[in-house]
Design a protein around this ligand. Structure first.
Ligand code: CTP
Length: 403
């Protein structure tokens, strides 16, 4: 699944100071390969000129119900027909009210009324206006029409007040948009993903760990939620933001990860162990900082329990997926781990390539199933790889429906 690539997004921009943030949304959408057409309300163009959006989207910006050129094209009907989804950001109290009451007295409201595609509304306004019973009632109306409304952020606002009503940040909007456009083939499924490294303490300031950043596991958790699953992410220490909709359990050591996974395992339908778990830990953790010594110092290590192997032997209805981080003999090692850990599927990951290893934004993997099938997933973003992995999970019986 190509997420937002080549998706035609109609961006409805309303008159709020938050318009300046939406200028950047157009760039983000473009970066993800979406084609954006902007419709501005009259008051939106008092904050930012249509020229700004035209330059960034590479498309003519629409504002009037009555086109100067191609009037026979009936702008509101054609714009409604030509797009895969409508994103309204920032959505003001006025536009939300107009849409709730089904008015069609400007181009944006007429397009929304004429559209059959999914609609995503991102409110942005003063907190009192947002919390007013009239606005809340209008938002419930929009939800009853099947539109998705993204919860605004809380914090300091341009008007000097604090509260709920700030335009949601782009990662939330992107996730909600992708969810609208994804197949909901994991609907009703409970998915557990582990991600990141583990840290095994040696003393209060030192630990044994590895170079995992958690990007692949977080992408898996994000995509699972977008495809309709309820997601638990058990994460070692990372610097990443928890993806929208995902319940994150933070852990540090392999032992803590094992305990958290055991707590959730029985209730899960699909479990993907993407974490780079330390195989060893220092045999003891000193209470105080270890002091320098002259000459060599040896560090006794104790083996950690293999969490995945334990799950493989305990599993019932769960579809269990492991990762194999390899620098050589990828296929042989993948097959060995698949069999030894009693998995349904293994994702073999070359950790030495500059575009496929830890910290890279991209990845390329080989998926091997317990039925003996092997599939190469070529180099692409970690989010696209995550999506392709779930295609394989569903194809092999791990989801509710066939892709
Ligand atoms: N794994 C685990 N618990 C461990 C070690 C690994 O659950 N103590 C899981 C990883 O999350 C991954 C899979 O096992 O899904 C394979 O991990 P990997 O590091 O590739 O292999 P190992 O089994 O540790 O074997 P080796 O280090 O010898 O390659």
């Amino acid at each position: 699944m190509a997420l937002l690539k080549q998706k035609k997004v109609l961006l409805g921009v309303c008159g709020s100071i938050a318009v300046y943030k939406v200028v950047d949304f157009v760039r983000e959408l473009g970066r993800l390969g979406a084609e954006v057409t902007v419709v501005m309300t009259e008051s939106a163009s008092r904050f930012v000129t249509p020229l700004t959006f035209a330059a960034l989207s590479g498309q003519r910006v629409h504002g009037s119900m009555f086109a100067d050129q191609d009037a026979e094209q009936i702008p509101h009907i054609n714009l409604a027909r030509q797009h895969d989804c409508i994103l309204i950001a920032p959505a003001t109290a006025q536009t939300i009210s107009r849409l709730a009451s089904g008015q069609a007295d400007d181009l944006l409201s007429a397009v929304v009324l004429a559209a059959c595609c999914p609609v995503l509304v991102c409110p942005a306004m003063n907190s009192n206006m947002f919390l007013h019973a009239a606005t809340q009632h209008n938002i419930s109306q929009l939800q009853s029409y099947g539109y998705t409304v993204v919860e605004p952020d809380s914090g300091a606002m341009a008007c000097g007040e604090e509260g709920s009503g700030r335009l949601p940040a782009w990662p939330q909007v992107q996730a909600a948009l992708q969810k609208l456009l994804c197949p909901q083939d994991l609907d009703g499924q409970k998915v557990l993903v582990t991600a990141g490294p583990t840290e095994e303490p040696l003393d209060p300031v030192r630990f044994l760990s590895n170079r995992s950043t958690g990007k692949m596991g977080y992408a898996l958790a994000a995509v699972a939620w977008q495809r309709g699953a309820e997601v638990v992410l058990v994460s070692g220490p990372t610097s990443l933001a928890v993806p929208a909709g995902v319940h994150c359990v933070d852990v540090r050591t392999a032992a803590e990860m094992g305990e958290a996974v055991a707590e959730y395992f029985d209730a899960m339908d699909i479990v993907i162990k993407c974490a780079a778990v330390s195989d060893f830990r220092p045999s003891t953790c000193a209470e105080h900082k270890l002091k320098k010594v002259d000459g060599e110092l040896s560090l006794p290590l104790a083996a950690n329990t293999d969490i995945l192997k334990g799950l493989g032997h305990a599993k019932g209805h769960q579809f269990l997926v492991g990762f194999a981080a390899e620098s050589e003999n990828h296929q042989i090692e993948g097959n060995r781990k698949l069999a030894e850990k009693n998995l349904d599927m293994i994702v073999v990951n070359d950790i030495c390539g500059s575009k496929t290893g830890f910290a890279a934004e991209t990845n390329a993997v080989t998926v091997i199933t317990a039925k003996g099938q092997s599939r190469e997933i070529p180099l692409q973003s970690k989010e696209e790889i995550a999506s392709a992995i779930f295609d394989e999970v569903v194809r092999n019986g791990g989801g509710a429906h066939e892709v």
